[in-house]
Design a protein around this ligand. Sequence first.
Ligand SMILES: [Zn+2]
Length: 96
Amino acid sequence: MTTRIDDNLLLDGAIVTCRHCGTILGDDHDPIRDAVVRESEPSEAGPGVRAAATNFATRRILLRRAFCPSCLVQLKFEIVPADEASFRSSRVGAGL
Ligand SMILES: [Zn+2]
């Protein structure tokens, strides 16, 4: 049985695939494990991010995005301290 997780991800059994191209991206414990991650300056998020991060934080802040490695659809987007792991995680499956 295939279940739609969101606009970009499908769950088929324990395997998560891209809804757009069918590429396997991970599993129910780590849905976008195989995504391509790009880190850049927060201002690349768009015109809504104008102020320098140094005005608000002493640590370096970055824009971290995850993409499907085949069709490059964006799967995740976060602006976070550079020295921290991704704070957004997801897990799918029974019991959640
Ligand atoms: Zn894809």
